[in-house]
Design a protein around this ligand. Sequence first.
Ligand code: ATP
Length: 270
Amino acid sequence: SQVYGMELVESPDERYESIGGLEPQIVEIQEAVELPLTKPHLFEQIGIAPPKGVLLYGPPGTGKTLLARAVAHQTNAHFLRVVGSELVQKYIGEGARLVRELFELAKQKAPSIIFIDEIDAIGAHRNDSTTSGDREVQRTLMQLLAEMDGFENRGDVKIIGATNRIDILDRALLRPGRFDRIIEIPLPDFHGRLSIMHIHTKGMNLGENVDLAEVARLTEGKNGADLRAVCMEAGMFAIRSEHETVTQDDFMKAIDKLSLDFDKHHINTS
Ligand code: ATP
């Protein structure tokens, strides 16, 4: 459901099985987010504070949101999502208040996971510019830092941030007790692309000649979102040519078409 300025999901449907590649990243997030939620006593026993938040960074369309939703599913946690740029652009003058309300709601609904997408929009280096837009961004960031420092770390509210621009993030966000685990979510390699192709063709009626490894080889540099589009487009070609199954040729046409579209519209897929 949509609460003002944020998305709230009881418990998302995504599972780790619907994520292709990213095996080491899944293990890391299980340790940093899932374990403190499901087995807080392990941290008490050993006497260390569980991480409050993790930051996922890497190019767009690689599965950051998917991963955050899968953790929430796995832990039966509420999933609260906000988008950094919306906090400061769509609800002008209300960024700080929205951040305060976000944390209040997360505590009320605990166990919960707060997902802040495009966190760079509120968490970029502070510069000395004094336009009102920048002041608004600063106020929002200050509120976020205060909330992260303020909430008691019992382990039942976790924060996951996501960004494509870790290079411009304010160091203050990365201090211990804030986003103290940083996980890179890279573009998929061959193995990752193959596994993403398997996931997205699972419900499709594939012809016998379909060679997903060939598709994975021909899509170097493409992300998970691109590969999902390849599957959809291949299905469209099959429907247009009235095939009963999707053929390898449909996949080849889909790759060609999407590569052309990316070039034509100057879409940066990396
Ligand atoms: P952005 O930075 O643009 O928000 P993101 O990294 O959060 O991107 P997602 O929103 O998770 O990317 O990915 C978009 C869609 O692409 C997913 O819903 C999924 O269908 C597909 N996808 C991306 N990465 C993967 C993956 N590793 N495995 C399976 N599907 C993927």
